[in-house]
Design a protein around this ligand. Sequence first.
Ligand SMILES: [Fe+2]
Length: 131
Amino acid sequence: MTEKLELYKCDICGNLVQVILPGVGELVCCGEAMRLLKAQTEEEGKTEKHVPVFIKDNEGNDTVIVGSTPHPMEESHYIMFIETISEDKDNVQLKYLHPGEEAKMVVECKDGKTCALELCNIHGLWEGKSD
Ligand SMILES: [Fe+2]
């Protein structure tokens, strides 16, 4: 049984899928059950590099940035995407990112306590919420 907007990963081939509409079946890839990704919400240590944060950017737009200390955006270590999900899960916005780009996304619809997810290619899935 899946839930709306859950993320599942295949640890064999790397496929990452998101549930648009849930069903009762098990998600399988490469002959194995896919693994449900659970987002981390707090980082141990001094410098916060992964938890998504909602800010107003210089133009006054609601914007998601990654961490209070900028996360690397290098070929070997970078943020692969940022996604926002409204509290009722009816509004979703996804931005793919690439090495060399800034790890940020302007949010088009901030609705209720909006959730932001980001995926680091090394450190996995992270979640932060708007105020
Ligand atoms: Fe990272």
